[in-house]
Design a protein around this ligand. Structure first.
Ligand code: HEC
Ligand code: HEC
Length: 297
Protein backbone atom coordinates (compact mmCIF):
# COMPACT_ATOMS: atom_id res chain seq x y z
CA UNK A 1 0.00 0.00 0.00
CA UNK A 2 2.69 2.34 1.04
CA UNK A 3 4.35 1.87 -2.34
CA UNK A 4 1.20 2.89 -4.18
CA UNK A 5 0.74 5.87 -1.89
CA UNK A 6 4.31 6.96 -2.59
CA UNK A 7 3.85 6.50 -6.30
CA UNK A 8 0.64 8.51 -6.24
CA UNK A 9 2.34 11.19 -4.23
CA UNK A 10 5.24 11.30 -6.68
CA UNK A 11 2.79 11.52 -9.57
CA UNK A 12 0.86 14.30 -7.89
CA UNK A 13 4.02 16.21 -6.99
CA UNK A 14 5.21 15.84 -10.56
CA UNK A 15 1.88 17.08 -11.90
CA UNK A 16 1.94 20.04 -9.53
CA UNK A 17 5.44 21.01 -10.59
CA UNK A 18 4.67 20.69 -14.25
CA UNK A 19 1.40 22.58 -13.74
CA UNK A 20 3.37 25.35 -12.08
CA UNK A 21 5.77 25.61 -15.00
CA UNK A 22 3.18 25.09 -17.72
CA UNK A 23 3.35 27.73 -20.37
CA UNK A 24 0.74 29.00 -22.72
CA UNK A 25 1.27 28.12 -26.36
CA UNK A 26 1.49 30.86 -28.94
CA UNK A 27 -2.03 30.25 -30.29
CA UNK A 28 -3.54 30.84 -26.84
CA UNK A 29 -1.42 33.97 -26.38
CA UNK A 30 -2.54 35.30 -29.76
CA UNK A 31 -6.20 34.55 -29.07
CA UNK A 32 -6.24 36.18 -25.64
CA UNK A 33 -3.86 39.09 -26.20
CA UNK A 34 -3.21 39.50 -29.92
CA UNK A 35 -5.98 42.01 -30.59
CA UNK A 36 -4.85 45.59 -30.36
CA UNK A 37 -7.73 48.08 -30.54
CA UNK A 38 -5.25 50.50 -32.08
CA UNK A 39 -7.06 49.93 -35.39
CA UNK A 40 -9.66 52.43 -34.19
CA UNK A 41 -7.10 55.17 -34.35
CA UNK A 42 -7.45 58.03 -36.78
CA UNK A 43 -4.72 59.06 -39.24
CA UNK A 44 -1.39 60.17 -37.70
CA UNK A 45 -1.64 63.64 -36.23
CA UNK A 46 0.09 66.69 -37.54
CA UNK A 47 3.23 67.23 -35.37
CA UNK A 48 2.48 70.90 -34.78
CA UNK A 49 -0.96 69.97 -33.42
CA UNK A 50 0.68 67.42 -31.09
CA UNK A 51 3.04 70.14 -29.82
CA UNK A 52 0.16 72.54 -29.28
CA UNK A 53 -1.74 69.82 -27.39
CA UNK A 54 1.26 69.12 -25.18
CA UNK A 55 1.65 72.82 -24.40
CA UNK A 56 -2.04 73.04 -23.43
CA UNK A 57 -1.74 69.90 -21.36
CA UNK A 58 1.26 71.20 -19.44
CA UNK A 59 0.06 74.81 -19.07
CA UNK A 60 -0.17 75.98 -15.49
CA UNK A 61 -3.36 74.85 -13.81
CA UNK A 62 -4.23 72.58 -16.74
CA UNK A 63 -4.39 68.79 -17.22
CA UNK A 64 -0.96 68.03 -15.75
CA UNK A 65 -2.21 69.38 -12.44
CA UNK A 66 -3.89 65.99 -11.95
CA UNK A 67 -2.35 63.80 -14.68
CA UNK A 68 1.31 63.41 -13.70
CA UNK A 69 3.45 63.28 -16.86
CA UNK A 70 6.77 63.17 -15.04
CA UNK A 71 9.04 60.20 -15.76
CA UNK A 72 7.54 56.88 -14.79
CA UNK A 73 3.98 58.08 -14.08
CA UNK A 74 2.49 58.05 -17.61
CA UNK A 75 -0.24 60.50 -16.64
CA UNK A 76 -1.51 58.66 -13.56
CA UNK A 77 -2.27 60.78 -10.50
CA UNK A 78 -0.83 60.11 -7.08
CA UNK A 79 -4.10 60.66 -5.27
CA UNK A 80 -7.74 60.59 -6.24
CA UNK A 81 -9.44 63.83 -7.23
CA UNK A 82 -12.91 65.28 -6.90
CA UNK A 83 -14.39 65.32 -10.38
CA UNK A 84 -17.82 65.78 -11.91
CA UNK A 85 -19.33 62.47 -13.04
CA UNK A 86 -22.05 61.66 -15.59
CA UNK A 87 -25.02 62.51 -13.35
CA UNK A 88 -23.52 65.88 -12.43
CA UNK A 89 -22.52 64.77 -8.93
CA UNK A 90 -18.94 65.25 -7.73
CA UNK A 91 -17.09 62.11 -6.69
CA UNK A 92 -13.57 61.15 -5.70
CA UNK A 93 -12.00 59.19 -8.50
CA UNK A 94 -8.51 57.84 -9.08
CA UNK A 95 -6.68 59.64 -11.93
CA UNK A 96 -5.89 57.09 -14.68
CA UNK A 97 -2.71 56.88 -16.78
CA UNK A 98 -2.99 58.42 -20.24
CA UNK A 99 -0.31 56.55 -22.22
CA UNK A 100 -1.94 54.28 -24.79
CA UNK A 101 -5.37 55.76 -24.03
CA UNK A 102 -5.93 55.89 -27.80
CA UNK A 103 -5.81 52.09 -27.84
CA UNK A 104 -8.67 51.72 -25.34
CA UNK A 105 -12.28 51.44 -26.37
CA UNK A 106 -13.74 52.33 -22.97
CA UNK A 107 -12.71 55.43 -21.02
CA UNK A 108 -13.48 56.61 -17.52
CA UNK A 109 -13.98 54.35 -14.51
CA UNK A 110 -17.69 54.15 -15.22
CA UNK A 111 -17.22 53.91 -18.98
CA UNK A 112 -18.92 57.22 -19.50
CA UNK A 113 -17.59 57.20 -23.05
CA UNK A 114 -17.93 53.61 -24.09
CA UNK A 115 -19.14 54.08 -27.61
CA UNK A 116 -16.30 53.32 -30.04
CA UNK A 117 -18.37 54.45 -33.01
CA UNK A 118 -18.04 58.04 -31.88
CA UNK A 119 -14.67 59.71 -31.46
CA UNK A 120 -14.28 58.09 -28.06
CA UNK A 121 -10.97 59.52 -26.92
CA UNK A 122 -11.95 63.00 -28.02
CA UNK A 123 -15.11 62.69 -25.92
CA UNK A 124 -13.09 61.57 -22.91
CA UNK A 125 -10.79 64.55 -23.32
CA UNK A 126 -13.84 66.81 -23.63
CA UNK A 127 -15.27 65.39 -20.47
CA UNK A 128 -12.12 66.05 -18.49
CA UNK A 129 -11.90 69.46 -20.13
CA UNK A 130 -15.34 70.28 -18.76
CA UNK A 131 -14.14 69.18 -15.34
CA UNK A 132 -11.22 71.52 -15.67
CA UNK A 133 -13.49 74.44 -16.58
CA UNK A 134 -15.47 73.75 -13.46
CA UNK A 135 -12.54 73.41 -11.08
CA UNK A 136 -9.91 75.73 -12.60
CA UNK A 137 -9.69 79.41 -11.71
CA UNK A 138 -11.82 81.73 -13.92
CA UNK A 139 -8.87 82.61 -16.18
CA UNK A 140 -8.91 79.08 -17.60
CA UNK A 141 -5.65 78.55 -19.48
CA UNK A 142 -7.26 76.85 -22.46
CA UNK A 143 -8.87 79.79 -24.26
CA UNK A 144 -12.37 80.55 -25.50
CA UNK A 145 -13.17 77.92 -28.09
CA UNK A 146 -13.50 74.33 -26.96
CA UNK A 147 -13.15 72.35 -30.20
CA UNK A 148 -9.69 73.47 -31.20
CA UNK A 149 -7.97 72.78 -27.85
CA UNK A 150 -9.81 69.47 -27.46
CA UNK A 151 -8.59 68.37 -30.89
CA UNK A 152 -5.01 69.37 -30.09
CA UNK A 153 -5.12 67.63 -26.70
CA UNK A 154 -6.48 64.49 -28.34
CA UNK A 155 -3.68 64.58 -30.93
CA UNK A 156 -1.15 64.84 -28.11
CA UNK A 157 -2.66 61.88 -26.24
CA UNK A 158 -2.67 59.82 -29.43
CA UNK A 159 1.07 60.40 -29.70
CA UNK A 160 1.67 58.78 -26.29
CA UNK A 161 1.93 55.25 -27.56
CA UNK A 162 4.22 52.76 -25.87
CA UNK A 163 5.92 49.52 -26.83
CA UNK A 164 7.85 46.99 -24.77
CA UNK A 165 8.88 43.38 -24.21
CA UNK A 166 5.26 42.33 -23.76
CA UNK A 167 4.40 43.44 -27.31
CA UNK A 168 7.29 41.45 -28.76
CA UNK A 169 6.24 38.41 -26.74
CA UNK A 170 2.65 38.58 -27.97
CA UNK A 171 3.95 38.96 -31.52
CA UNK A 172 5.79 35.64 -31.20
CA UNK A 173 9.20 36.30 -29.60
CA UNK A 174 9.05 33.79 -26.68
CA UNK A 175 12.33 35.04 -25.18
CA UNK A 176 11.02 38.57 -24.78
CA UNK A 177 9.67 37.36 -21.40
CA UNK A 178 11.75 35.26 -18.98
CA UNK A 179 10.56 31.81 -17.84
CA UNK A 180 9.35 33.31 -14.52
CA UNK A 181 7.42 36.02 -16.32
CA UNK A 182 5.86 33.46 -18.68
CA UNK A 183 4.95 31.40 -15.60
CA UNK A 184 3.26 34.46 -14.09
CA UNK A 185 1.29 34.95 -17.30
CA UNK A 186 0.12 31.34 -17.06
CA UNK A 187 -1.10 31.92 -13.47
CA UNK A 188 -2.83 35.15 -14.61
CA UNK A 189 -4.72 33.25 -17.31
CA UNK A 190 -5.39 30.09 -15.25
CA UNK A 191 -6.84 32.22 -12.43
CA UNK A 192 -9.27 33.83 -14.87
CA UNK A 193 -7.94 37.39 -15.00
CA UNK A 194 -7.79 37.51 -18.81
CA UNK A 195 -11.58 37.18 -19.02
CA UNK A 196 -11.81 40.89 -18.22
CA UNK A 197 -8.18 41.97 -18.74
CA UNK A 198 -7.58 40.67 -22.26
CA UNK A 199 -6.15 42.08 -25.51
CA UNK A 200 -2.80 43.82 -25.83
CA UNK A 201 -3.50 46.42 -23.14
CA UNK A 202 -4.89 43.83 -20.68
CA UNK A 203 -8.16 45.74 -20.39
CA UNK A 204 -9.68 49.07 -21.34
CA UNK A 205 -12.40 47.49 -23.45
CA UNK A 206 -15.23 46.31 -21.16
CA UNK A 207 -17.31 47.06 -18.07
CA UNK A 208 -18.10 44.61 -15.26
CA UNK A 209 -19.76 44.52 -11.88
CA UNK A 210 -17.20 45.09 -9.13
CA UNK A 211 -17.73 42.33 -6.58
CA UNK A 212 -18.98 39.54 -8.89
CA UNK A 213 -17.99 36.81 -6.42
CA UNK A 214 -17.82 38.69 -3.13
CA UNK A 215 -19.10 42.21 -2.34
CA UNK A 216 -16.50 44.97 -2.63
CA UNK A 217 -15.63 46.58 0.73
CA UNK A 218 -17.07 49.98 -0.28
CA UNK A 219 -20.35 50.76 -2.07
CA UNK A 220 -20.53 54.54 -2.02
CA UNK A 221 -19.84 54.96 -5.76
CA UNK A 222 -22.76 53.94 -8.03
CA UNK A 223 -20.37 53.34 -10.98
CA UNK A 224 -22.09 53.06 -14.33
CA UNK A 225 -25.53 53.52 -12.78
CA UNK A 226 -24.70 57.25 -12.78
CA UNK A 227 -24.28 57.08 -16.58
CA UNK A 228 -27.30 54.98 -17.59
CA UNK A 229 -29.69 55.36 -14.66
CA UNK A 230 -30.27 51.59 -14.83
CA UNK A 231 -30.06 49.66 -11.61
CA UNK A 232 -28.32 46.70 -13.25
CA UNK A 233 -25.35 49.02 -13.84
CA UNK A 234 -24.90 49.71 -10.14
CA UNK A 235 -21.25 49.29 -9.08
CA UNK A 236 -20.22 48.38 -12.64
CA UNK A 237 -16.81 49.73 -13.61
CA UNK A 238 -14.34 49.56 -16.48
CA UNK A 239 -11.75 46.78 -16.23
CA UNK A 240 -8.86 49.19 -16.84
CA UNK A 241 -5.75 48.36 -18.88
CA UNK A 242 -3.09 46.69 -16.72
CA UNK A 243 -0.27 47.56 -19.10
CA UNK A 244 1.12 50.34 -16.88
CA UNK A 245 -0.18 49.07 -13.58
CA UNK A 246 3.35 48.56 -12.21
CA UNK A 247 3.76 52.35 -12.25
CA UNK A 248 0.33 53.74 -11.45
CA UNK A 249 -0.49 53.14 -7.77
CA UNK A 250 -2.85 53.77 -6.08
CA UNK A 251 -5.36 51.34 -7.55
CA UNK A 252 -9.09 51.07 -8.26
CA UNK A 253 -11.71 53.74 -9.03
CA UNK A 254 -11.32 55.24 -5.58
CA UNK A 255 -7.54 54.83 -5.35
CA UNK A 256 -8.07 52.82 -2.18
CA UNK A 257 -5.25 50.26 -2.54
CA UNK A 258 -1.55 51.18 -2.60
CA UNK A 259 0.15 47.84 -3.18
CA UNK A 260 -0.04 45.96 -6.47
CA UNK A 261 0.07 42.61 -4.64
CA UNK A 262 -2.99 43.62 -2.60
CA UNK A 263 -4.81 44.72 -5.77
CA UNK A 264 -4.14 41.30 -7.35
CA UNK A 265 -5.31 39.46 -4.24
CA UNK A 266 -8.51 41.52 -4.04
CA UNK A 267 -9.35 40.97 -7.68
CA UNK A 268 -9.04 37.19 -7.32
CA UNK A 269 -11.22 37.26 -4.21
CA UNK A 270 -13.93 39.70 -5.29
CA UNK A 271 -14.13 39.06 -9.05
CA UNK A 272 -13.32 35.34 -9.16
CA UNK A 273 -14.04 33.95 -5.68
CA UNK A 274 -10.46 32.64 -5.33
CA UNK A 275 -7.99 33.04 -2.48
CA UNK A 276 -4.58 33.10 -4.13
CA UNK A 277 -1.48 31.66 -2.45
CA UNK A 278 1.33 34.17 -1.85
CA UNK A 279 3.38 32.47 -4.58
CA UNK A 280 0.55 32.93 -7.10
CA UNK A 281 0.16 36.62 -6.23
CA UNK A 282 3.93 37.05 -6.58
CA UNK A 283 3.95 35.24 -9.95
CA UNK A 284 1.19 37.50 -11.35
CA UNK A 285 3.02 40.56 -10.03
CA UNK A 286 6.27 39.50 -11.75
CA UNK A 287 4.33 39.17 -15.00
CA UNK A 288 2.58 42.56 -14.66
CA UNK A 289 5.87 44.30 -13.83
CA UNK A 290 7.41 42.83 -17.00
CA UNK A 291 4.46 44.10 -19.05
CA UNK A 292 5.16 47.59 -17.69
CA UNK A 293 8.80 47.59 -18.84
CA UNK A 294 8.62 49.87 -21.84
CA UNK A 295 11.20 50.73 -24.48
CA UNK A 296 12.72 54.19 -24.06
CA UNK A 297 10.93 56.70 -26.26
C1 HEC B 1 -9.10 67.72 -11.37
C2 HEC B 1 -8.18 66.68 -11.85
C3 HEC B 1 -8.13 66.44 -13.34
C4 HEC B 1 -7.84 67.35 -14.34
C5 HEC B 1 -7.48 68.82 -14.20
C6 HEC B 1 -7.88 66.60 -15.58
N1 HEC B 1 -8.20 65.30 -15.35
FE1 HEC B 1 -8.43 63.85 -16.76
N2 HEC B 1 -9.11 62.58 -15.35
C7 HEC B 1 -9.20 62.86 -14.00
C8 HEC B 1 -9.91 61.79 -13.32
C9 HEC B 1 -10.20 61.69 -11.83
C10 HEC B 1 -10.27 60.86 -14.33
C11 HEC B 1 -11.11 59.60 -14.14
C12 HEC B 1 -12.54 60.11 -14.10
C13 HEC B 1 -13.58 59.04 -14.02
O1 HEC B 1 -13.37 57.98 -14.59
O2 HEC B 1 -14.61 59.27 -13.42
C14 HEC B 1 -9.74 61.40 -15.59
C15 HEC B 1 -9.86 60.75 -16.83
C16 HEC B 1 -9.33 61.22 -18.01
C17 HEC B 1 -9.36 60.50 -19.27
C18 HEC B 1 -9.89 59.08 -19.48
C19 HEC B 1 -8.74 58.09 -19.29
C20 HEC B 1 -9.16 56.65 -19.17
O3 HEC B 1 -8.31 55.78 -19.43
O4 HEC B 1 -10.27 56.35 -18.81
C21 HEC B 1 -8.76 61.29 -20.20
C22 HEC B 1 -8.54 60.95 -21.67
C23 HEC B 1 -8.38 62.52 -19.53
N3 HEC B 1 -8.73 62.42 -18.19
C24 HEC B 1 -7.76 63.59 -20.14
C25 HEC B 1 -7.59 64.82 -19.52
C26 HEC B 1 -7.19 66.02 -20.21
C27 HEC B 1 -6.80 66.09 -21.68
C28 HEC B 1 -7.18 67.03 -19.29
C29 HEC B 1 -6.93 68.51 -19.52
C30 HEC B 1 -7.92 69.15 -20.41
C31 HEC B 1 -7.56 66.46 -18.01
N4 HEC B 1 -7.81 65.13 -18.20
C32 HEC B 1 -7.64 67.18 -16.83
C33 HEC B 1 -8.72 63.98 -13.35
C34 HEC B 1 -8.37 65.17 -14.00
C1 HEC C 1 -15.10 40.07 -13.85
C2 HEC C 1 -14.08 40.92 -14.45
C3 HEC C 1 -12.72 40.98 -13.81
C4 HEC C 1 -11.86 39.93 -13.55
C5 HEC C 1 -12.11 38.44 -13.76
C6 HEC C 1 -10.64 40.53 -13.03
N1 HEC C 1 -10.75 41.88 -13.01
FE1 HEC C 1 -9.31 43.20 -12.42
N2 HEC C 1 -10.61 44.73 -12.64
C7 HEC C 1 -11.93 44.61 -13.02
C8 HEC C 1 -12.62 45.87 -12.81
C9 HEC C 1 -14.08 46.13 -13.10
C10 HEC C 1 -11.67 46.74 -12.27
C11 HEC C 1 -11.90 48.20 -11.85
C12 HEC C 1 -12.33 48.18 -10.40
C13 HEC C 1 -12.67 49.55 -9.88
O1 HEC C 1 -13.40 50.28 -10.54
O2 HEC C 1 -12.23 49.92 -8.79
C14 HEC C 1 -10.41 46.00 -12.17
C15 HEC C 1 -9.22 46.55 -11.70
C16 HEC C 1 -8.03 45.84 -11.57
C17 HEC C 1 -6.79 46.39 -11.08
C18 HEC C 1 -6.55 47.84 -10.67
C19 HEC C 1 -6.05 48.61 -11.89
C20 HEC C 1 -5.88 50.08 -11.65
O3 HEC C 1 -5.32 50.72 -12.53
O4 HEC C 1 -6.31 50.62 -10.64
C21 HEC C 1 -5.86 45.37 -11.09
C22 HEC C 1 -4.40 45.46 -10.69
C23 HEC C 1 -6.54 44.19 -11.57
N3 HEC C 1 -7.86 44.50 -11.85
C24 HEC C 1 -5.95 42.95 -11.71
C25 HEC C 1 -6.67 41.78 -11.91
C26 HEC C 1 -6.10 40.45 -11.74
C27 HEC C 1 -4.65 40.15 -11.41
C28 HEC C 1 -7.12 39.56 -11.95
C29 HEC C 1 -7.10 38.07 -11.77
C30 HEC C 1 -6.78 37.64 -10.42
C31 HEC C 1 -8.31 40.35 -12.29
N4 HEC C 1 -8.00 41.68 -12.23
C32 HEC C 1 -9.54 39.80 -12.62
C33 HEC C 1 -12.53 43.47 -13.55
C34 HEC C 1 -12.00 42.20 -13.45
Amino acid sequence: MRGIGDALFALLACCLTSCATDELDQDTVTTLFGTDPRVLRAAPADPSEVRRGEALFRAEGSCARCHDMRAGRYGAGRESQRVVTADGAERHRDVPALYDAARQIVWGWDGWFADPVRMGLEDAVGRCFANLERTAPPAAPLGESRDEPIQALTAYLRSLESRGRWDRFVEGDRDALTADERGGLEVFVRTGCAACHGTRLLGGRSIHPLGVAEPWPTDDDPGRLAVTGEDRDRACFEAPPLRLVAHTAPYFHDGSVDELSEAIRRMARHELGKELADAEVAAIEVFLRAVGELDPR
